[in-house]
Design a protein around this ligand. Structure first.
Ligand code: CA2
Length: 149
């Protein structure tokens, strides 16, 4: 059974580890991806990474995943709170999607308390720092293993 996971990092996540370490930690995006690649290997999955600051590019990559992945792990960044287009793209693929956030969006500003993605996601992990991605990956792979058996 193939388990290819597309990991999508939304806007400004290319700045990880370079600014605001008190909120987003000190790991860089490359550190996070290297750790996910190692964990994916241990779980028997393949990962591909994509970061973009552009909503349209993220929508395009989600659509393309229909033919190249069995699941998506996404931190939509600030588009979480604004993007009906990303939500619609997720729905159109029918792929299981796990939403991950470094910070706990529910204990931050009011405008971060609404996610357009959560309602179409398999699951949400928010607030464990970069570990949120690892927990999300693990949950998604477990889900796919069960779904395929
Ligand atoms: O907590 C998360 O993972 C967020 O998705 C991060 C977004 C924010 O808009 C969401 O509300 C919650 C922001 C990503 C910005 O990342 C930076 C990292 C380092 C320095 C500056 C920005």
């Amino acid at each position: 059974m193939k388990m290819r996971i597309l990991v999508i990092h939304g806007p400004n996540l290319n700045m990880l580890g370079k600014r605001e370490p008190e909120i987003y930690g000190s790991s860089t995006l490359d550190d996070v991806n290297a750790r996910l690649a190692k964990e994916a290997k241990e779980l028997g999955a393949e990962v591909e990474f994509f970061q973009s600051n552009s909503e349209g590019e993220i929508v395009g990559r989600i659509q393309a995943a229909m033919d190249s992945a069995e699941g998506i792990l996404i931190n939509p960044g600030a588009y979480t709170h604004t993007s009906i287009a990303i939500r619609d793209a997720i729905l159109s693929t029918g792929l299981p999607v796990v939403e991950a956030h470094i910070s706990n969006i529910y204990k931050r500003e009011d405008f971060r308390q609404r996610s357009y993605v959560s309602g179409v996601a398999l699951a949400v992990v928010s607030g464990f720092g970069a570990e949120s991605y690892s927990l999300g990956l693990r949950g998604l792979v477990d889900y796919l293993k069960k779904a395929g058996s």
